[in-house]
Design a binder for this molecule. Structure first.
Ligand SMILES: [Zn+2]
Length: 417
């Protein structure tokens, strides 16, 4: 039960208003909250003393005297965002307004065990925390390569990272670092990153289409991330457009991921080259086993027929599956993410064309397509968003910043929502 008259609630309310309005005066806070001027003054002083907010410039809001404005202390409040991919780990240190202070990339050696990867992560977090010890690191947000169980605790499954199953990453990192930790699948984090800092700012219904080794969508509907009953919503790659006997990594047959993902395209080209198909790829890639995305891009630039056919077939499948998703979800924006964007306009335009042909005309009329501008940082920015939202939505900031309290943050203090 919330006690609306408690100091804790009032300070939480004031902090959220400062965040919401970006900059606001004490008088305006009084007008909104109807707290007495002396109460506002005390609460603001406490937030200033804790370095959570700071004063900036002044504005004349039509009340005669210039008013000093208050804003969150962007120089002090930070979080660490991490995105674990099958081959590398991305780290950012970001301020509460999304200014990235540092980015780091760490390669994951082939055949690394999950426990080795977890050790790498903990040691890098420790280094970053030491480097930014003058800042207030509010927590660690982690993007997991697999599906994250809905309660946000452990990975259920990753089709792209074989040994990454039932990893209790959140509790392991929390025990080691003693700070709040939030975990979510990379794909979902990319959508959060786009919503907060990217192309989906102010958009209530959109889809991020992940085009890479795996294919999936992350869904925001009515401003909320859609995760499904166990966190497995958006597995577009495991839907079937044309039933066939191609076995998918999930064990089913005919999933579009088995025919249209980047690894499926490369596998198809390897097969065709080994069988002697006519293609320019042979000229710059002697061993079919070494065919890479770069080779495919070069071949597409040179209008290689085999490559074009394979890539456009994949685009057709993805476009039809996406049209089905659009008919169900009615988003106003699709954001393309992932390595396959590099296949270029012919690939992406074919996906769009298939959507136009197959989705309802009325939904197409209100739909646009864009390529992400956040690039490698989309998931890490989504990861810090989780921490900042916790900081603003819950009261644990009060304990965290209460220098007179010896209370430490325990697992139970994390709020799952
Ligand atoms: Zn599948």
């Amino acid at each position: 039960m919330i006690d609306f008259n408690s100091k804790k609630y009032k300070i939480f309310f004031i902090l959220n208003l400062i965040y919401h309005y970006e900059s606001i005066s004490r008088t305006q806070l009084g007008d909104i909250t109807e707290y007495r001027a002396a109460t506002i003054s005390d609460l603001v002083k406490e937030l200033l003393d804790k370095d959570l907010i700071k004063e900036k410039g002044s504005s004349n809001a039509g009340r005669g005297r210039n008013q000093i404005l208050l804003e969150l202390n962007n120089d002090y409040l930070c979080a660490i965002g991490i995105s674990i991919e099958p081959n590398e780990i991305m780290y950012i240190v970001s301020t509460i307004k999304g200014d990235i202070l540092k980015t780091e990339k760490q390669n994951i050696p082939k055949n690394s065990t999950p426990s080795y990867v977890v050790e790498l992560i903990i040691s890098e977090i420790t280094k970053l925390m030491d480097l930014y010890r003058e800042k207030r690191i509010l927590g660690i947000g982690i993007g997991d390569p697999g599906l994250v169980y809905k309660k946000g605790d452990y990975t259920v499954f990753s089709s792209q990272f074989k040994s990454w199953e039932n990893i209790h990453l959140k509790s392991i990192v929390k025990d080691a670092i003693k700070l709040p930790v939030r975990i979510e699948s990379n794909d979902n984090l990319k959508a959060l990153g786009e919503k907060k800092y990217g192309l989906a700012k102010g958009i209530s219904d959109f889809i991020c289409l992940q085009l890479g080794e795996g294919i999936g969508i992350s869904i925001v509907a009515n401003n909320q991330l859609v995760k499904g009953a166990i966190g497995a919503a958006g597995e577009l790659g495991h839907t079937i457009v044309t039933p066939n006997d191609k076995i998918c990594i999930c064990g089913s047959y005919g999933c579009i991921e088995a025919s249209a993902s980047l690894s499926a395209i490369i596998a198809e080209l390897k097969r065709a080259v080994s069988l002697g198909s006519n293609t320019i790829i042979r000229e710059f890639c002697k061993n079919p086993e070494d065919i890479s995305l770069e080779d495919i891009k070069k071949a597409l630039d040179l209008k290689d027929k085999l490559c074009l056919n394979v890539v456009l077939q994949a685009a057709n499948l993805i476009g039809i599956a996406l049209a089905n998703a659009i008919n169900i979800l009615n988003p106003e924006l699709v954001i393309f993410e992932g390595l396959m964007i590099e296949l270029g306009d012919c690939f992406l335009n074919t996906i769009i064309q298939k959507v136009n042909e197959n989705a309802l005309a009325i939904t197409n009329k209100h739909l646009s397509f864009k390529i992400t501008e956040l690039k490698d940082n989309a998931a890490s920015l989504g990861a810090v968003t989780l921490i900042f939202e916790d900081f603003l939505k819950t009261d644990y900031f009060y304990k965290l910043c209460d220098k007179s309290s010896n209370e430490t943050i325990s697992c139970e203090d994390d709020i799952d929502f």
